[in-house]
Design a protein around this ligand. Structure first.
Ligand SMILES: *[C@@H]1O[C@H](CO)[C@@H](O)[C@H](O)[C@H]1NC(C)=O
Ligand SMILES: *[C@@H]1O[C@H](CO)[C@@H](O)[C@H](O)[C@H]1NC(C)=O
Ligand SMILES: *[C@@H]1O[C@H](CO)[C@@H](O)[C@H](O)[C@H]1NC(C)=O
Length: 351
């Protein structure tokens, strides 16, 4: 009797201990997972060589002007050195040349700066334009006093399976919420002046989606739409779905504003109130399944022809990054580069 009692007591203690261990294990795994991918804070540099924080950039003031163009570089850096490739440089140079009275911001989410003696010809090329600015962006600080402040702190974004592209999705809406202006992807070439467009626009990609390779939100009505986008992100963010948080957000918000799911109808003047959904040819004339058309000689004429009325050429880096060109390649992309980003072309060997 007595022995049995002791036995069952031991068993109970063991079960209790077992449960405690399981709970601790779950907490441990969760917390490791929690931090594992916040690669922007992988290294904290204290050598004073990180680019100036964006909050200290005197050109960038809240709602002071909508002549802002934002590019976000959201890859993780393990060496703290500024890196930009030729195609990214071409996007920035073409935007800077085409819009000399706009300020162009390239904002890095990793703490990068000038940390070694190796020359950085593309960086020098871009900074030779008076209107191009490079800054470091600390996401936590950037989101303070915005609707995303608590959400950024809870770390959902850093647990995403696509941290780099989801961070870029989030930041484009956040920058436009904070400052107003125009966001652009780093895989575009700017072919025309922004000032020709009526304020508040994005481009249709199909009859189902409005894409977000370029977005302009300005003035009060632009800020309201940016606010709806941030709230949609908070509600619908999904770290497992690549496209949900970029085009998904703006498309859902516009479905609400315009009262239709049909993007063709959204393009009709007035349907989306103060917002303009631009026709497919304006921004995504060459759609992603055709991305080779920028990079193969056989399509040179066709591609240039199809871009003749476009604001940007979007080259679909996700699909095309592995295609390497030289500056002598007789393809549409290099023709555009010659015309719209000549200094980048001279400073590059490969594209
Ligand atoms: C963060 O740093 C660790 C340790 O150096 C490294 O193993 C890991 O790959 C880094 N993570 C990213 C995403 O760069
Ligand atoms: C980023 O900003 C947060 C909030 O101000 C601060 O706690 C953190 O130390 C900053 N991180 C870096 C790497 O500067
Ligand atoms: C492209 O156009 C140029 C001049 O417009 C012409 O000389 C050339 O033959 C065309 N190339 C092709 C492949 O159609």
């Amino acid at each position: 009797m007595n022995l049995r009692y002791i036995n069952s007591n031991i068993i109970r203690k063991r079960i209790f201990l077992f449960l405690v261990i399981i709970v601790l294990l779950i907490i441990f795994v969760y917390s490791v997972r929690n931090d594992a991918k916040n690669c922007f804070l992988n290294y904290t540099w204290t050598d004073g060589k990180t680019l100036q924080d964006v909050s200290k950039n005197i050109h960038l003031k809240t709602h002071s002007s909508s002549k802002n163009i934002f590019f976000h570089e959201t890859s993780c850096s393990n060496d703290g050195i500024i890196k930009i490739n030729s195609r990214q440089a071409c996007a920035i140079e073409s935007a800077a040349r085409m819009n000399p009275d706009y300020n162009i911001y390239l904002l890095f989410t990793s703490q990068v700066g000038y940390r070694n003696e190796t020359p950085l010809p593309l960086v020098d090329t871009l900074l030779s334009y008076h209107n191009v600015h490079f800054n470091y962006l600390n996401i936590t600080r950037y989101a303070e006093s915005t609707p995303l402040a608590d959400w950024i702190k809870n770390g959902d974004l850093f647990r995403s399976s696509y941290v780099t592209s989801h961070t870029s999705d989030v930041l484009r809406y956040l920058s436009l919420w904070k400052y107003g202006g125009t966001y652009m992807d780093l895989d575009i070439v700017m072919l025309d002046k922004l000032s020709k467009q009526k304020p508040n626009y994005a481009g249709a990609e199909s009859n189902k989606f409005v894409a977000v390779g370029i977005i302009n939100f300005e003035g009060e009505s632009g800020h309201e739409i940016a606010d709806m986008c941030l709230r949609d992100l908070l509600k619908n963010f999904n770290g497992e779905d690549w496209g949900n948080n970029g085009p998904g957000v703006l498309t859902r918000v516009l479905q609400k504003i315009c009262g239709t799911k049909d993007v063709m109808k959204m393009m009709i003047d007035g349907v989306c109130k103060n917002f303009n959904v631009l026709p497919i040819e304006k921004c995504y004339s060459i759609r992603w399944p055709e991305h080779r058309k920028f990079f193969e000689e056989a399509f040179l004429n066709e591609t240039l022809e199809r871009l003749s009325d476009s604001l940007i050429a979007h080259v679909w880096n996700k699909h095309s990054a592995a295609t390497v060109l030289t500056k002598e390649s007789n393809v549409a992309y290099i023709h555009l580069a010659k015309k719209y980003c000549p200094k980048t072309l001279s400073a590059s060997e490969f594209f």
